[in-house]
Design a protein. Structure first.
Lengths: 86, 213
């Protein structure tokens, strides 16, 4: 599984995740990846735009978000529905 | 000699049998002869004769208990409402059925459903549903209206992040089986072989990678 991010100023980081994401492992991931991404993208803070996967709303994540100077975009609609084609 | 008789003898036939039995001295028929003609056992004919002498119309006696609420006409009315709107709930249909009716002949939801099932109109679940429900559409519209006026200073700061699962090996998901039209539920898997061959060819593209995830 891969985690990646992009923004206005360009590509961010692409990292490999070997285990399934839980609350704790997701916070560890953010703590490792976000400072690196800020260096590349040359910013100090960010609005994170995510689909509402189960880990994204975990209660452990909120504190690390505050420390890393991130907040998530308000009222972003939930997961895109599956468009299957036959 | 045994004669097969149906359980229920209609009223006309009963009346004829009673008349034949009372007048058999005049016509000169025997009891066995009458029973052969009318297909009623001769022991039962004597009972019919007694009944005919009491009541020549041979009507059914009044029975105990509550008369049935639903006659043929009201049943037809129920079934018509089910056929016109096959995906409507039974509760809604029953409420509409009971609207203009007297209190005594109102029907419960379970009885309504039972009658529909007896006439091969059991509940169905649609195999295809719309992808976006009303809530989804409303959410998306609200989101768009909230951020439509924001300029680049706002969006420069946004970080779009996502996870995605990539499979190099043959997938461990459910296998997609393509079938010709009208054979969705058939158990014939002869089409499956073609699909597996395609998958192996597709997998060969990725074999040059160092690691496989």
């Amino acid at each position: 599984m891969f985690w990646g991010c992009i923004s206005w100023s360009g590509q961010g980081v692409l990292t490999l995740i070997e285990e399934t994401l839980r609350g704790q492992s997701y916070t560890d991931l953010l703590a490792n990846v976000i400072p690196e991404a800020f260096e590349i993208l040359d910013t100090q803070s960010a609005k994170l735009v995510q689909d509402h996967a189960r880990v994204h709303g975990h209660h452990v994540v909120e504190d690390t978000k505050y420390i890393l100077n991130i907040r998530s975009l308000e009222s972003y609609p939930s997961n895109s529905p599956k468009f299957e084609f036959n | 000699m045994e004669i097969e008789t149906s359980h229920y003898i209609p009223q006309d036939l009963r009346a004829i049998a009673g008349w034949e039995m009372t007048n058999r001295a005049d016509s000169g028929k025997k009891v066995t002869q009458i029973s052969k003609e009318l297909n009623i056992s001769y022991s039962h004919l004597y009972n019919l004769e007694k009944k005919y002498q009491c009541d020549p119309t041979m009507a059914d006696a009044e029975r105990l208990g509550r008369p049935p609420k639903i006659d043929e006409r009201s049943e037809r009315r129920m079934l018509r409402s089910v056929r016109t709107r096959p995906f409507e709930k039974a509760t809604v249909l029953t409420r509409e059925y009971n609207l203009g009716i007297e209190e005594e002949s109102k029907v419960s939801v379970t009885r309504f459903r039972e009658i529909a099932c007896q006439n091969n109109l059991a509940a169905r679940r649609p195999s295809h549903k719309p992808f976006l429900k009303e809530d989804h559409i409303a959410n998306r519209l609200a989101f768009a209206q909230q951020y439509v006026d924001r300029d680049m200073r706002f969006w420069r700061n946004a970080l779009f992040a996502d996870e995605s699962r990539i499979e190099v090996r043959p997938s461990d998901k459910r296998i997609l089986v393509r079938r010709p039209d009208g054979q969705r539920y058939s158990k014939d898997l002869s089409q499956l072989g073609r699909m597996v061959v395609n998958q192996q060819c597709f997998g060969g593209v990725f074999r040059g990678l160092d690691k496989e995830y």
